[in-house]
Design a protein around this ligand. Structure first.
Ligand SMILES: Cc1cc2nc3c(=O)[nH]c(=O)nc-3n(C[C@H](O)[C@H](O)[C@H](O)COP(=O)(O)OP(=O)(O)OC[C@H]3O[C@@H](n4cnc5c(N)ncnc54)[C@H](O)[C@@H]3O)c2cc1C
Length: 390
């Protein structure tokens, strides 16, 4: 027998960091919110660090502070980045510094699990939040409400469905959005290492042979690797034992940080560019990777998703009281507020990825000369830093 539907102002589908942040922002504004997500799994037994690490910009910090999640993070596991050194594939080098850009830090390096556990703790305190550990499997929309059927059998009725269900979004498919996907034929290989030489508070990035390697600083002389490698090369890297992988990374990074000791198993994530023709449909708004997918070379996907959440929460908080959350005018305001930021980052990350993928001596000379020119222009560097900080 069908049960009576449960009523909410908003239903957030998807429990990645973006979905959980969206649910917390809505619940903290007093809105009856449902979150469809599993709780944080915790680190595997014996693991010191999460292998998923994010470089978070000040816009993400501001949102998480506003939600009082940032304050709950373990300070000893938070790493500020004050300097960034970028190496081209022909001796060009760019140096960005927080001091020169007059900002407190370029980014914060944070483990995914740390944020998720703080979000979960905050969500459990929210009286207006209902947590369903189930997936959405049916969505119908009529003039009065959206109706979400859960795999567990419950039926939810709501003014607004927030699709935060990642790059292969089910909500997006249900709302009939068109997706344009271009596979980079690369895999992001991530792992953490203990480094012989302290990275200090500096992040390093190398562009070499159409691949991009980043080492991000973590506490106690650890570093986090993001190696955007061609798929067939990534498969080989992922098949190596920890000592062999460490030696490959030492070689590829010219032993910048001395000997490396791999402390978390490597994981791989296929990389693609994905654009979506609309972020909204009647009673639906997309946020996070459901709305856009970009190359991780600038470490901006999560930051972009959290800025979606901040924009959606702002539009909802400032709405006139006679409008409900699914009101088309509100949703259009949200979509307008997000278009430019998303577009800019897509063009920038895709452009850089393409620039460093072009083979040949001429292309190499052009891009390295470009880097040298940027390096000599403090104002351009300052602009690049402020663009990256969001
Ligand atoms: C190698 C790599 C490094 C990166 N580094 C950075 C970085 O340094 N900084 C940065 O800002 N970004 C970074 N990113 C990007 C960042 O990881 C993503 O943008 C971010 O994780 C997207 O989060 P999300 O919550 O939108 O999606 P996801 O994390 O994919 O979460 C979606 C959730 O929805 C759930 N779901 C799916 N379907 C349903 C359904 N029907 N019902 C209920 N739930 C459902 C899924 O199970 C999942 O839990 C990186 C990405 C990669 C690949």
């Amino acid at each position: 027998m069908a049960s009576h539907p449960l009523n909410f102002h908003a239903v957030v589908v998807g429990g990645g960091l973006v979905g959980k942040t969206a649910a917390l922002a809505l619940a903290q504004s007093g809105l009856r919110t449902a979150l469809l997500a599993p709780p944080a799994a915790g680190l595997p037994a014996g693991a010191q660090f999460d292998s998923r690490i994010y470089a978070l910009s000040s816009s993400s910090q501001t949102l998480l502070e506003r939600l009082r999640v940032w304050q709950a993070l373990d300070r000893s596991r938070l790493g500020p980045v004050f300097d960034m050194r970028v190496f081209g594939d022909a001796h060009a080098e760019l140096h960005f510094s927080a001091f020169q850009a007059s900002v407190p830090q370029l980014a914060w390096i944070v483990e995914s699990m740390m944020i998720e556990q703080s979000l979960d703790a905050a969500l459990h305190f929210q009286p207006s939040l209902s947590w369903f550990e189930s997936r959405a499997q049916g969505l119908t929309i009529d003039d009065d409400a959206a109706h979400v059927a859960l795999a567990s059998g419950e039926m939810l009725q709501t003014d607004l469905v927030v699709g935060a269900d990642g790059a292969h979004s089910w909500v997006r498919a249900k709302m009939g959005a068109k997706v344009d996907r271009r596979d980079y034929r690369q895999t992001g290989v991530v792992a953490n290492f203990k480094a012989e030489k302290a990275p200090g508070e500096a992040a390093y990035q190398w562009f070499r042979d159409s691949e991009i390697i980043a080492l991000l600083p973590m506490p106690n002389d650890h570093v986090s690797l993001v190696w955007s490698a061609r798929t067939e090369h990534a498969d080989k890297l992922l098949a190596l034992d920890p000592a062999q992988l460490a030696s490959e990374v030492e070689h590829a990074t010219q032993n910048m940080l001395g000997a490396l000791d791999c402390v978390t198993p490597a994981q791989g994530f296929p990389l693609a560019l994905q654009t979506v023709d609309k972020l909204i449909a009647p009673r639906v708004a997309l946020v996070g990777d459901a709305a856009h997918l970009i190359h991780p070379l600038a470490g901006q996907g999560m930051n972009l998703g959290l800025r979606d959440v901040a924009a959606l929460a702002d539009v909802i908080t400032n709405k006139e009281s006679f409008r409900n959350l699914g009101n088309p005018i509100l949703l259009r305001c949200y979509e307008r507020a997000r278009r430019e930021d998303i577009q800019k980052l897509m063009v920038a990350t895709d452009g850089l990825q393409r620039l460093f993928s072009v083979p040949g001596t001429l292309a190499r000379a052009v891009r390295n000369t470009g880097m040298a020119l940027v390096s000599a222009q403090p104002l351009v560097k300052r602009w690049l830093v402020s663009a990256a900080l969001g």
